[in-house]
Design a binder for this molecule. Structure first.
Ligand code: KE4
Length: 429
């Protein structure tokens, strides 16, 4: 057995599925997950000492790459001053001011410890603000594992495919799930029809402004615009779940890229620079409903903890450098263009696309634009490609239903080596 296999066998004795998050388990691609021992820049090393070019980047946070020296130094410096206080600190105010400055739709923001906490809190806030119970989400979108959002959700629930019921997960009471309306992503007419029927009962619409949890799906221009208009018309709160897209698809996140202003936004991943941090924020009138100011309770022992805040501040400052996002987007585009060109040259039915520093690869002739099209893609072909790339030292997301991520640490040589590995695999058929 390899060290990875030994560790996986040992892990399964005490951790359900041997992992602390289902998508890590390789259940849809098969085989033993890689246990990583070290990361540096664009690379990770597994328990057997094998190196991989990493295109998961811990599912998005590592926009600067692994063990960014400035981020690590900031965490080390701050850790020596105390790990947590359970009391306000100046750095939290600095981070809140930075987030509010970078996200014009946010007058105020609350720091939490994960994307799930951010979306769960934003949903409760929308319900408290409107006094309504119904929420709208889209099939294949994943917003963390809060009960109301585990309805036809994406990410690990699609990967494992046993969770595509309604609700997606056991343990979610039917009388809670009934308040979650699930519509089709990119179907503006379907959204309009839902509002026509349920308009005055809908507390909020929550959407991934670029979907990344059913692989990458780009929003149709009219989809987000219609959502904004319908929420305004019916007094519903529009929530952009930017946990994945935040500061990933551009300096203004997805709302800046598409020019649509949500009422609330949620963040995670990049804003913590690899440490546990999430955030939700929006219009002052809504945010002032949050405790201790208002009647909507929300709390957290480690919310805004010094180490996560330090990592977040360094990361957000570094990615604000002139040209950072343009360079990241160009590098990511060179990856997807290179992969698509190699597949075309070798006659393989394959497509790929990117938005900023995130990308999708598909074993379909053209990139899917809907959940149904994603589900029609050739999952087995992806799984074979995944393992062949893994053997070649390239670590893609271990699921056909996840997006990939490029970091500033990926070099042109890394991209070229990745394309060359794919070309050899496509050539081998
Ligand atoms: P976390 O609670 O995992 O920090 O964030 C939940 C979340 C919320 N919203 C969006 C748009 C997200 O993509 C996520 C988490 N993304 C997955 C990857 N697709 C996290 C990986 C995992 O579950 O282990």
């Amino acid at each position: 057995m390899t060290r990875n296999e030994e560790l996986f066998s040992r892990a399964r004795k005490t951790i359900p599925g041997g992992v602390n998050s289902p998508v890590r388990a390789f259940r849809s691609v098969g085989g033993a997950p890689r246990f990583f021992a070290r990361g540096e820049g664009s690379r990770v090393w597994d328990a057997d000492g094998k190196a991989y070019l990493d295109y998961v980047g811990s599912w998005g946070p590592l926009i600067l790459g692994h063990a960014d020296p400035d981020t690590v130094a900031a965490v080390q410096r701050v850790a020596a001053l105390g790990l947590t206080f359970g009391a306000p600190t100046e750095a939290e105010v600095e981070l809140a001011e930075l987030l509010v400055a970078r996200v014009p739709s946010m007058d105020m923001v609350r720091l939490v410890s994960s994307g799930t906490e951010a979306t769960m809190s934003a949903i409760r806030l929308a319900r408290g603000f409107t006094g309504r119970d119904a929420i709208v989400k889209f099939e294949g979108c994943y917003h963390g594992h809060g009960d109301s959002l585990l309805v036809k959700a994406g990410s690990g629930l699609l990967t494992n495919l046993q969770y595509t019921g309604n609700p997606s997960s056991a343990g979610v009471p039917a009388d809670l799930a009934q308040h979650t309306l699930v519509l089709d992503y990119n179907d503006a007419q379907g959204l309009a029809d839902a509002f026509a029927k349920h308009g005055n009962t809908i507390a909020c619409v929550i959407v991934e402004p670029v979907a990344g949890n059913m692989n990458l799906i780009v929003p149709k221009p009219e989809f987000l615009a219609a959502m904004r208009d319908l929420c305004t018309q019916h007094g519903a709160v529009l929530i952009f779940d930017e946990v994945m897209t935040g500061f990933r698809v551009g300096p203004g996140s997805a709302q800046g890229l598409y020019g649509v202003t949500p009422d609330l936004s949620t963040f995670g991943k990049v804003v913590g620079g690899g440490m546990p941090l999430g955030a939700f924020g929006g219009r002052r009138q809504i945010m002032e409903q949050i405790a201790p100011l208002g009647p909507v309770y929300q709390a957290g022992t480690l919310s805004g903890n010094p180490l996560s805040v330090a990592a977040g501040l360094v990361t957000l400052k570094k990615i604000a450098a002139p040209g950072f996002h343009e360079a990241l987007a160009a590098k990511t585009r060179s990856l997807v263009d290179g992969l698509a060109a190699a597949a075309k040259r070798r006659g393989v039915k394959f497509s790929a696309q990117s938005v900023g520093g995130m990308f999708g690869v598909y074993f379909t002739a053209t990139p899917p634009t809907s959940y149904a099209e994603v589900m029609a893609s050739d999952k087995e072909a992806f799984n074979r490609f995944f393992h062949a790339m893994l053997d070649a030292g390239v670590y893609l997301a271990p699921s056909a239903f996840e997006a990939g991520f490029v970091s500033a640490a990926h070099t042109d040589a890394d991209i070229a080596a990745t394309v060359a590995a794919a070309d050899a695999i496509f050539a081998a058929g």
